[in-house]
Structure formats: C-alpha cells, structure tokens
Design a protein around this ligand. Structure first.
Ligand code: IMP
Ligand code: MG
Length: 179
C-alpha cells in the first residue's frame, strides 16, 4: 500500500509540534493533553513524548463515523480527572467537518479549564470550518480522499498501519480478513 504520509514524515512533524507546544505552554502550570479516542491513540502516544515538560494526559471517547458515512458525534466515555484551572490541549486524529471538535469543546466548556485548544494530526481542507473550530496546531492538511492508518480507521480496521494511506479498492473494505 502506498503511503500518503510516511512514518518518518509523521515522526518529523510530531517532533516539530511537540517543540511548538512546549514553547507555547512554557508558562502553563498545568497543561493537560486530552486525547480523543480511538483515532488519536498513536498520535497522542508520540506527541506526549515529544513535549519535554511535565504534563497530564486524559482521554475522551467520541464516536462520529460509521464506515465512511458521517453520524452525529456521540460521547461514549468521559474524563477521569478534573480539568479546572488547567490548560487543555485536545489531541485529535483529523478535523473534517469540525463536528467532533465542536462536541468535544462543548463537553470541555463545563470543565472550568483555563484554556482549551486543539492539536489535530490532520485537517481536511475541503470546506471552511465553523468559527472557533480551527485547530491551533495542525500536522498536515489533506484533500477529500478518505484516509486510514496511524490511528485512523475504516470500520475499526487499519488503525495499526504505521503510516497514513488513502483507503483503496485493493483494501479489505469488509474487514473480513484475508481471502
Ligand atoms: P468531523 O466531526 O467531521 O470533523 O470528523 C472528525 C472525525 O471523523 C475524526 O475524528 C475521525 O474519527 C473521522 N474521520 C474523518 N475523516 C476521516 C478519514 O479520512 N479517515 C478516517 N476517519 C475519518
Ligand atoms: Mg476521531
């Protein structure tokens, strides 16, 4: 399968993002990375190790896609620790229509966080995002093709690819395994 974004390109960009975040949050007493499961998992794991300072990590589970079709974002499980007074950085795999980020920031609005910003590995540049949804940090801008790998799935498959690829016809679209 042909990578759209290779593992080494991702790793390089994640190091850059980590350095920017470290600098921008230098004065923050309590930064918290909030990963949006499950798609942000590899990105969160790499990004947190690229930010050279003490921080907290928490997780939210949101489901927004069934296959390649959009459905309204649904909060499946919530944060395990209070965020009051902390600087929250939401870590997401991709911002597409911006609805997932809008739902997540809606959940976090009631948390008493001092600030809420978004770091997304990918941003799809197809349409204008709703106001206030533009991520402060974005790894890569991509076009309309549906992508998988490095956390991104099609029907829960392909999250474990170490790179990002365009979902192709040669892939096992039913998730039924080899054969
Ligand atoms: P939004 O709510 O439209 O911004 O969609 C964001 C969510 O849709 C992401 O968190 C992903 O879970 C999912 N998504 C959007 N585009 C893709 C894609 O190309 N591949 C895999 N998941 C995607
Ligand atoms: Mg997601």
């Amino acid at each position: 399968m042909q990578p759209l974004i290779s593992a080494s390109t991702i790793a390089h960009r994640v190091r850059e993002l980590g350095a920017s975040i470290r600098a921008d949050y230098a004065a923050s007493p309590d930064p918290v990375l909030v990963g949006v499961l499950r798609g942000s998992l590899p990105f969160l794991a790499d990004l947190m190790r690229a930010i050279d300072r003490p921080l907290r990590v928490d997780l939210l589970t949101i489901r927004s896609y069934q296959g390649t079709g959009a459905a309204p974002p649904e909060l499946l499980s919530g944060l395990s620790e209070p965020l009051a007074g902390s600087d929250v950085l939401v870590v997401e795999d991709i911002v597409d229509r911006g609805e997932t980020i809008a739902a997540v920031t809606g959940v976090l609005a009631a948390s008493g966080a001092r600030s809420v910003a978004v770091c997304s590995l990918l941003v799809r540049r197809e349409r204008a995002l709703p106001p206030g949804i533009e991520p402060r940090y974005a790894g890569f801008e991509i076009g309309p093709d549906f992508v998988v790998g490095y956390g991104l799935d099609y029907n829960q498959r392909y999250r474990n690819l170490p790179y990002i690829a365009v979902l192709g016809e040669e892939m096992d679209l039913d998730g039924a395994g080899p054969g």
